[in-house]
Design a protein around this ligand. Structure first.
Ligand code: ADP
Ligand code: ZN
Length: 528
């Protein structure tokens, strides 16, 4: 049943001191309060915590919040307690507590004084805890950072895979609310499956960050690139920014070079001792330094609203990482300039970093890197590509806030070539991936093509006057336009969508810009 609006607003004011809900919050809270499984996909800063905190405070019993970040649990608990005069309204239970502290938490829970209990997934693997929870009145389970369940997310935690089984031991009737800031369609379906979300209400907020400007710059020789960065920083004198690099040594070198060029900069990476790290983080927060040159170790939990630029000195290992890292710019809604330097050499470096991983991890990693490469080389609106990655269709002629929209490349008519692509996918009965389809179109034989006699198909070689680079680019743009899609359940097999079928019946004009060509010999002489 929907809760009376006034009661919700009163609770919001009483517990948090806010006068209105943000985005989907109210609908989400109603969904939880009516006992439905609920799936919340909301970008960072969207206000996810309140979505489970408020219903927990309003419901009889105690809510269990599963969170992977032990370090942040205390913060969360303090925030909830901040608005309440009673300290026992929220607690956490994890491996950092002493026996005496655990006893106190348990006593408060048994006495029914606690409304929110934060737990690590490991806490739920202990049978004695499960037995204890069984005896309590639990209002619902919230699974925070739910993408940790998926190997396709950026932070896979195997313990998350066992959550459902453990939750069912407490009770099989508990509503589950899953929350994440990072869900590509693949990750989304993993979450729904693994948590066994039942007829869940799903709330997806837009991931668009209209104030961020996205730009790709070709990366050439090191001193040239650094000169380029210094010039950019001098044009943004006095503003704060983050530069991300791939390894520790480069952060130090780059920071030194910037200092030598009159920029206030410090390096930050996991190899520094904790006090130096804390000190440099503080310097950045308090504007004693303009630029922090960091590995991706920097940024988790940093809330500096006026970061004006995020520069990637190396291409990130996935578009999801890129989104999260650039997301630290312009939190206050004002200007945020996101530049990524791109070279083939850096792509090879990323591939090299995976050399010791298992075959399946390498395959997965390679696919994620391919998406980033496609983003970098694309001549399509950057925003459109990023949002498509998150399963969002962004309709725009010109977003005005990316390099490709501000300096559009000349477009060419591709109607007939789109027809060839669609016909090829159909002729192959939608049972092959992109490489195979392109081989057929460009008339390249392979043992498999010979075996299946696909060289006998009418479309075989029909597009041979264009190279694989062109067809790849066209294929990606057709996906962006929703004419074809990759089947995420089935190894990326290409399928023609309803829109594609309509197009085949009645083709219309389609203009596309060709991808940027990056010279292979744009060398970069960095040693790692
Ligand atoms: P997320 O977990 O999605 O990154 P948080 O839960 O940390 O986001 O919320 C981000 C910020 O928005 C916090 O400072 C929070 O206090 C604030 N916030 C959340 N809901 C509201 C609201 N309804 N009105 C005003 N501020 C809100
Ligand atoms: Zn654009």
């Amino acid at each position: 049943m929907a809760v009376v609006k006034e009661r919700l607003m009163d609770a919001l004011r009483e517990h948090f001191g806010f006068d209105s809900f943000k985005g989907n919050q109210e609908k989400i809270i109603n969904s939880i309060l009516s006992g439905k499984d609920t799936f919340v996909i909301m970008p960072t800063g969207g206000g996810k915590s309140l979505c489970y905190q408020l219903p927990a405070l309003m419901s009889p019993g105690c809510a269990l919040i599963v969170s992977p970040l032990i370090a942040l649990m205390k913060n969360q608990v303090d925030l909830v307690r901040g608005y309440s005069s009673k300290d026992n309204v929220a607690h956490f239970l994890n491996s950092t507590l002493s026996k005496a502290q655990i006893k106190k938490v348990r006593a408060d829970l048994t006495a029914g004084k606690t409304k929110l209990l934060y737990v690590a997934p490991e806490t739920l693997t202990k049978q004695e805890n499960l037995d204890f929870f069984k005896e309590l009145e639990i209002s619902f389970i919230a699974v925070d950072e739910a993408h940790c369940i998926s190997e396709w997310g950026h932070d896979f935690r195997p313990e998350y895979r066992r959550l459902k089984e453990m939750i069912d031991q407490i009770s099989d009737k508990l509503p589950i609310i899953a929350l994440t800031a990072t869900a590509t369609p693949k990750v989304q379906s993993d979450i729904v499956k693994n948590l066994g979300l039942n007829k869940a209400n799903i709330f997806i907020s837009s991931f668009n960050r209209p104030n961020l400007y996205y730009e790709i710059r070709p990366k050439r020789k090191k001193d040239q690139t650094i000169k380029d960065i210094v010039k950019f920083i001098h044009q943004h004198k006095g503003k704060s920014g983050i530069i991300y690099t791939l390894n520790r040594k480069t952060t130090e070198e780059l920071a030194d070079m910037l200092v030598a060029n009159g920029v206030k900069a410090v390096a930050y990476h996991a190899g520094l001792d904790p006090s130096t790290r804390a000190q440099r983080q503080d310097m950045f927060l308090h504007e004693d330094t303009e630029v922090i040159v960091a590995t991706i170790a920097f940024g988790m939990g940093i809330d500096k609203p006026d970061v004006r630029f995020v520069i990637h000195y190396n291409i990130p290992k996935s578009l999801e990482n890129y989104y999260q890292e650039t997301g630290r710019a312009g939190r206050d809604g004002l200007e945020g300039h996101c530049i990524c330097y791109y070279s083939h050499k850096d792509v090879q470096k990323l591939e090299h970093l995976m050399r010791d991983k298992s075959l399946s991890e390498r395959e997965m990693g390679a696919q994620l890197i391919n998406e980033t490469v496609a983003y970098a080389e694309s001549a399509v609106c950057r925003r459109k590509v990023i949002l498509h990655y998150f399963g969002e269709h962004f309709e725009t002629e010109n977003c005005g806030q990316c390099d490709n929209c501000r300096n559009p490349k000349e477009k060419i008519e591709v109607k007939n070539r789109v027809v060839i692509m669609l016909k090829a996918i159909r002729a192959l009965e939608e049972r092959f991936g992109s490489e195979y389809v392109i081989n057929v179109i460009t008339g390249k034989t392979s043992p498999q093509i010979n075996t299946y006699r696909h060289d006998q198909l009418e479309v075989f070689g029909e597009g041979k006057e264009f190279d694989a680079h062109f067809w790849n680019s066209l294929m990606r743009q057709m996906m962006l336009e929703g004419l074809i899609e990759k089947d995420i359940e089935e190894y990326g097999l290409l399928k023609v969508t309803d829109k594609g079928t309509k197009f085949l019946k009645k083709p219309y004009s389609i203009m596309v810009a060709l991808n940027h060509q990056f010279d292979e010999d744009a060398v970069e002489d960095e040693e790692d």
